[in-house]
Design a protein around this ligand. Structure first.
Ligand SMILES: Cc1cc2nc3c(=O)[nH]c(=O)nc-3n(C[C@H](O)[C@H](O)[C@H](O)COP(=O)(O)OP(=O)(O)OC[C@H]3O[C@@H](n4cnc5c(N)ncnc54)[C@H](O)[C@@H]3O)c2cc1C
Length: 429
């Protein structure tokens, strides 16, 4: 290829995409880089949107870039354009306005979107709130100002953060939860009960566990949420937090292998040469469990984007695998879950050591597989989360002082318990 600059197309404009662009430019090449995003705006942090909802971060502070940032990176921006079809054989991307972008290498960094509730009529479906984009956050903030009764469907991280952001005196928030606990993907039942009690006490949030939604009707005054079993609740607004689905509708599974997300190898390459994927849309190796899965978090999206970008620019860099990790604060209570914490298949064959202080606002549980630390849950004091994460990533038997981590900030008199856990249950031995 002589005389023509290589054309790199970055699909997406968030964590993975920005890291990729910066990595490409760090190599000093003269590639022509085009960034495509279906949103009109500059890149922002979805992670901060609940802080914006709470009013502690102004909207302008959500943005990670301004027009100058893209200029400095020498990228051509196609914002407000959605990719509708990828022809990997011809190395061509089709956008919703009919534009065709030819590329030499493409990064799919389209992230994920909230999983929609099915089976509803259009009017009801259109009125429900989901939180992912800045536009979603603006809408929730606007509606929440007038709302007095809010139903939140789900009790995962985004749902709880949203509930916490909306709850205030005079506003009743009810979380309808299919499982028997909050944060079922991140916490064990004992720890989840501590978090639940704190959220109920500090935020006045009501939980209805073990309930599924049978129907939602729109009425003059708002919504009527009917639960399986006959219970009903009325709400001015309904926020749905039922997980996310990778944005890959434009990918032809006959060309590029997909499962839950777009499958990638340890260089972030898809099944097709010169097409890479990174971030919440990508399905790759979990560094801790070895499973091939979508691990959706900001840090991994950035790191995957960086590795993909370097490789697109001609380097040969490998990604060591994703580390599931979530750290949040709910009504002042810090909660962290890192690595394999017993959920799903990864829970089989784990042992754990748990420590909690009598008042139960501090809880620590370290998960081990054949003596090697593979996961941790920390509640109340997460100051050493980075150290714990490093120990988990290093994965050496005997390399971490288990007692010290678990006892950590728990005062003398902490009760330490050893457990053998399976994916389905945890038995104290
Ligand atoms: C409320 C909230 C709180 C969160 N809190 C945390 C947290 O505390 N810690 C943490 O690690 N993670 C958190 N996350 C998750 C984190 O935001 C994601 O892991 C991260 O944003 C993933 O980055 P990404 O680049 O893969 O994709 P995304 O951030 O999803 O960005 C996708 C980009 O692709 C564009 N796009 C999508 N489809 C198309 C298309 N067809 N054509 C063109 N453009 C398209 C979008 O416009 C966007 O620019 C939170 C998320 C939310 C919503």
């Amino acid at each position: 290829m002589t005389g023509r600059r290589r054309r790199l197309v970055i699909l997406g404009n968030s964590a993975a995409a920005l890291s990729a662009i910066r990595a490409i430019r760090s190599r000093g090449g003269d590639e022509q880089v085009t960034v495509v995003s279906r949103e009109e705006c500059h890149a922002y942090s979805p992670v901060l949107t609940t802080y914006y909802l709470r009013g502690v971060v102004p909207e302008r502070r959500l943005f990670l870039c301004d027009a100058g940032s893209y200029r400095d990176l020498a990228v051509e921006c196609r914002f407000g354009r959605t990719a509708v079809e990828l022809d990997a054989a011809r190395q061509r991307l089709l956008l919703d306005d009919g534009t065709r972008l030819d590329y030499d290498a493409l990064l799919i960094a389209t992230g994920a979107a909230p999983t929609r509730l099915g089976g509803l009529d259009d009017e009801v479906a259109g009125g429900l709130c989901y939180l992912r984009t800045i536009e979603d956050a603006r809408r929730i903030r606007r509606l929440a100002q007038r709302a007095r009764h809010v139903a939140v469907l789900g009790a995962g991280l985004v749902s709880l953060q949203t509930a916490a952001a909306i709850a205030r005196p005079g506003v009743h928030v009810t979380c309808v939860v299919g499982s028997r606990q909050v944060l079922s993907q991140n916490l064990d039942a004992e720890c989840a009960a501590i978090v639940r009690d704190h959220v109920v006490r500090e935020g006045g949030i009501e939980f209805l566990f073990g309930r599924s939604v049978a129907m939602i009707d729109h009425e003059a005054e708002g919504y009527r949420v009917e639960l399986a079993g006959g219970e009903e609740l009325s709400a001015d607004m309904v926020v749905v937090g039922k997980g996310v689905t990778p944005n890959m509708a434009f990918v032809d599974p006959g060309q590029i292998a997909v499962e839950r997300g777009v499958l990638v190898d340890d260089r972030l390459r898809t099944a097709v040469p010169d097409v890479y994927a990174a971030g919440d849309v990508a399905q790759g190796r979990n560094r801790i469990s070895g499973a091939v899965e979508v691990v959706a978090n900001w840090i991994d999206a950035c790191e995957q984007g960086r590795v993909a970008g370097l490789n697109m620019a001609g380097a040969d860099v490998t990604f060591p695998g994703s580390v599931p990790e979530n750290v949040t604060t709910l009504f002042g209570l810090p909660v962290a879950s890192i690595g394999s914490v017993g959920a799903g298949d990864a829970g089989a064959g784990l042992t754990s050591v748990t420590g909690s202080c009598p008042e139960r606002t501090t809880y620590r549980r370290l998960f081990l597989k054949r003596g090697v630390p593979v996961g941790a849950i920390l509640v109340g004091d997460v100051g050493d989360a980075g150290v714990v994460r490093a120990a988990i990533v290093r994965a050496e038997a005997g390399a971490v002082p288990v007692d010290r981590i678990v006892r950590g900030p728990i005062e003398a008199g902490a009760v330490l318990r050893s457990c053998v856990s399976t994916s389905a249950s945890t038995a104290v031995t």
